[in-house]
Design a protein around this ligand. Structure first.
Ligand code: GDP
Length: 170
């Protein structure tokens, strides 16, 4: 099963997006900082294609003095293990230093990456999408994990890219 890894700094909405993609209605996102979530991997089927999705943020503490290092390490593991990376950024905060740091790791890795701009909940946030071109990872893909807006479009793109990468023994 091809593996898609959701990466990004804390609070961009990785876990919410994971739940949205997997289609689990029961929210397992916890607003409390530092809460460990145990369901970080699941599979879904879309247009006849099965894919595995991993939420790397599920392994991270939300607040920690070395959070940047921990996030960076998760991204490096994801780059090694996944067939496709979903790099999640936040329309409401814009680009941060950690985003830039992670983007450069992903660029250097040559791993196929989709740049997902989360929290585009309504039209007013559409104006924030363009700035993410500056990360150099191609066209920003807007979604709203909370409302589910355009999550189907994202799944279409994921399948398109998964089918374009050679199959691996897993
Ligand atoms: P993670 O740390 O990257 O896994 O982020 P979470 O999924 O825990 O989400 C962090 C916060 O952002 C939570 O308060 C979520 O409710 C909120 N959030 C996630 N997705 C969206 C979205 O699409 N729109 C808005 N407005 N908030 C969101």
């Amino acid at each position: 099963t091809p593996l898609v890894a959701i990466v990004g700094r804390p609070n961009v909405g990785k876990s919410t997006l994971f739940n949205r993609l997997i289609g689990r209605r029961k929210a397992i996102v916890d607003d409390q900082p530092g809460v460990t979530r145990d369901r970080n991997y699941d599979t879904l089927e879309w247009n006849g294609q099965e894919i595995g999705v991993i939420d790397t943020g599920g392994y991270l503490p939300k607040t920690h003095e070395h959070i940047d290092l921990a996030v960076r390490e998760q991204v490096e593991i994801a780059v090694d293990e996944a067939d496709l990376i979903l790099f999640v950024v936040d329309a409401k905060t814009g680009i941060t230093d950690i985003d830039e740091d992670l983007a450069s790791i992903l660029l250097q890795s040559n791993k196929k990456t989709l740049l997902v701009v989360n929290k585009v909940d309504s039209v007013e946030w559409e104006y924030e999408i363009g700035q993410f071109y500056n990360l150099g990872l191609g066209e920003p893909i807007p979604v709203s994990a909370i409302t589910g807006k355009r999550s189907g479009d994202l799944l279409d793109l994921i399948i398109e890219h998964i089918r374009a990468v050679p199959a691996r023994d897993m």
